[in-house]
Design a protein around this ligand. Structure first.
Ligand code: NOJ
Ligand code: CA
Length: 680
């Protein structure tokens, strides 16, 4: 199905003026009529909002507001002075993505709050309600006394009724040392202390909600702090001096978002976060290239090579040429080289100051490998590990990106390895300060990197990033990021990622946007039983479809792929850019199945995976084009497969199928299936 692009249409519907605290609350419904968001003030004049679904309250009234260092707070003593609604229906196109056309259909409510008593204060809340959830943002206009403002707290609440709804939550802890790289907890809502977003919950009736934010620009990210049972406050990540956000009026906050779906699988089809971001600000972005890459990477994680110099140095000219040959022979566009530049010797986790982004190690000839790559039709993928010393990195950035630009590099992987809260910067007095990975400083740093990179037609894949809030729409060169526990933990993690991990990610972290998980490990033995991938081979293949990223790594060593040519064929065939994506089935933490149509081609691909429990899935193929017959190349677990004892038992089967068929899959313990549907 190819929707046609439509133009924006704004229809201003109602305009209600001079509402008072006693007046009817202002309300707005989703286009399908199921979700209603209501705003008003309580008896103290505190602004608040509540949410109902099909007439039943699912989010009790939660407060809105903020506090400032030097001005009266926006907390109580307010009244609603204006409320207006409008609606919007537009279909816009992504230059690359999980789907080509995105429909943005929502109803909007703009509510103006002004002081009813006390000091003169005013702010607006803009709410957009879609069929797949809602978002709201504060818009604070210029007003006397509020020029430069330091926000000391945001008072936004997300409220749920755990007793009534028997809520299960999937979450990772917020503001802890390992940033977003935690295993997910699955608990009753009451047991969530402070969580990063997206945090996803399931209500007793099967409704799923996911709490996050969109368009995080020049502001701090938040974690959700359960201050009272069922009441989460947005706790903005502070600067090193304790201020949360430094800004001036007029300003807008990012959107505070709640995705809503009748079941887990429907959550996978939400475009809410993208729809709440601004359109492309970069103009022509035809230079942003999705695709697959290989690289000098896994060898370091499994201790076969080192980033630093010495006898085991990975990034040598000869080794890079070997990877270039491997990429060219197998149709991969990029070759990532980590450890090419001076600074890795010693304990690089703590030595961010030593990194030189222009100076290769003597055994790495940047010009020679660039020329060699060009002759083979592939490109280097650049690497800037900063160890979160942004003070060392920023002055070098212009020259470093210019160098890579001159070498024809189209993507740079950046890295901010350091404990959370240990991003170093130098202030105006030359003093070194320590900031969080998700505070306003680092949020702004990432945008400085994107703009600098865009000047040289370079895209960014950030590791140890701030969480994704959909900025790829505005900056399409923000091509991917890490921001969750990826494959690397299977090499050295303590513990490694358990079988359920990748059955949770699609419903949590990945609702925010693409992730550079780096799938494709086919040597499943690891270097000891505790350090190995806890998947079958078929499940590892399914990740290329299930875990969306426009850049996907074939992460294993060339010699390991040589041992598994059959499985490797799927990795060679699977694309990374799509016309359409459909979440077919799933339960958070149990299983998931996703189908995607290749961008500009008739082929579809499907990925399905399960946790430690074997299970059978019966999937309708009604997403396929009904006019077309396909050959399905099905890579599935063999009859003996299970992740612990027989992870390599893989069967590849060909079947003729059409949209009228159903595909029955038997998934082994921590197993999966990967399918290519080729037009006959
Ligand atoms: C952590 C990244 O996630 C990983 O991919 C990279 O190899 C190391 N940092 C070194 O930069
Ligand atoms: Ca990492």
């Amino acid at each position: 199905m190819k929707p046609t692009a439509r133009r924006a249409s704004f229809l201003f519907a109602t305009l209600l003026v001079a509402m008072t605290a006693a007046a009817q609350p202002a309300a707005v419904r989703s286009p399908d009529g199921q979700t209603t968001v209501t705003l008003d003030v309580d008896k103290n004049g505190s602004p608040r909002y509540a949410v109902a679904r099909n007439g039943v309250e699912i989010m009790p009234a939660g407060f809105l507001g903020m506090r400032f260092q030097s001005q009266p707070a926006f907390d109580d003593g307010f009244r609603v002075v204006n409320a207006s609604t409008s609606n919007h229906d537009e279909t816009w196109e992504q230059p690359w993505g999980e789907r080509r056309y995105v429909r943005d259909r929502h109803n909007e409510l703009l509510v103006s709050f002004e002081s009813a008593r006390g000091a003169a204060r005013k702010f607006n809340v803009r709410v957009r309600v879609f069929d797949d959830g809602f978002g709201f943002r504060y818009e604070v206009p210029e007003q006397p006394g509020y020029g430069a403002v330091n926000i000391t707290d945001e008072l936004t609440e997300f409220r749920l009724d755990d007793a009534k709804q028997q809520i299960t939550a999937w979450w990772i802890p917020g503001r802890r040392w390992n940033r977003y790289e935690y295993l997910y907890h699955s608990t009753r809502l009451a047991d969530v202390p402070m969580a990063h977003t997206p945090m996803t919950v399931r209500l007793a009736d099967g409704t799923h909600l996911s709490f996050h934010e969109a368009a995080l620009v020049d502001y701090a990210a938040y974690v959700l702090d359960q201050r009272r049972p069922g009441t989460f406050r947005t706790s903005l990540t502070p600067w090193s001096d304790g201020i949360r956000v430094k800004t001036h009026t007029p300003f807008k906050t990012p959107w505070r978002t709640v995705q809503i779906a009748p079941n887990a699988a429907a959550l996978l089809n939400s475009s809410l976060i993208l729809n709440l971001n601004e359109p492309n600000a970069l103009g022509d972005v035809s230079w942003v290239e999705p695709g697959k890459y290989v690289g000098i990477w896994w060898a370091m994680h499994i201790n076969k090579a080192t980033w630093g110099s010495g006898p085991k140095h990975g990034a040598t000219t000869a080794e890079t040429k070997r990877y270039i040959d491997f990429a060219a022979a197998n149709g991969f566009k990029g070759v990532l080289v980590e450890g090419w530049n001076v600074g890795w010797d010693g304990d690089w986790f703590y030595n961010g100051k030593l990194f030189k982004f222009m100076q290769p190690y003597p055994d790495f000839d940047l010009q020679a490998v660039t020329d060699y790559a060009r002759s083979k039709g592939v490109r280097l993928v650049g690497h800037h590990e900063t160890s979160a010393d942004v003070g060392n990195y920023e002055p070098q950035m212009p020259a470093a990106f210019a160098l890579y630009g001159s070498m024809g590099v189209r993507q740079v992987k950046t890295g901010y390895v350091a404990d959370a809260g240990d991003v170093r910067r130098i202030d105006g007095n030359g003093v070194e300060l320590h900031e969080w990975h998700d505070g306003q400083f680092q949020v702004n740093h990432h945008l400085r990197v994107l703009r600098e990179a865009a000047r040289h037609k370079i895209s960014i894949n950030a590791h140890e990033p701030v969480k994704d809030t959909g900025l790829r729409r505005t900056y399409p060169n923000w091509i991917s990021r890490e921001g969750a526990r990826g494959q690397e933990y299977n090499a050295w993690g303590n513990p490694v990622n358990p079988p359920e991990h990748v059955a949770i990610l699609p419903f949590t972290r990945m609702l925010a946007g693409p992730m550079d998980y780096t799938p494709g490990i086919v040597d499943l033995d690891g270097y000891d039983p505790k350090h190995r991938v806890q998947h079958t081979l078929a499940k590892e293949l399914s990740l290329y479809v299930v875990l969306y990223s426009p850049v996907q790594m074939a992460a294993d060593l060339p010699e390991n792929y040589a041992k598994h040519p059959d499985a490797f064929q799927f990795i060679k065939d699977v694309p990374t850019d799509w016309d359409e994506s459909v979440g077919l089935a799933g339960e958070v933490g149990d299983f998931v199945a996703v189908a995607r149509k290749q961008r500009g081609r008739p082929d579809w691909f499907l990925g399905a995976l399960t946790d430690e429990n074997p299970r059978r899935l019966s999937l309708k193929l009604d997403f396929l084009d009904p006019q077309v017959r396909y050959v399905a190349e099905i890579y599935h677990d063999g009859p003996q497969a299970d992740w612990k004892m027989r992870p390599y038992d893989l069967v590849i089967e060909k079947r003729h199928v059409s949209a009228a068929d159903t595909l029955d899959l038997a998934l082994a313990s921590s197993g999966g299936a990967a399918v290519r549907f080729k037009r006959e």
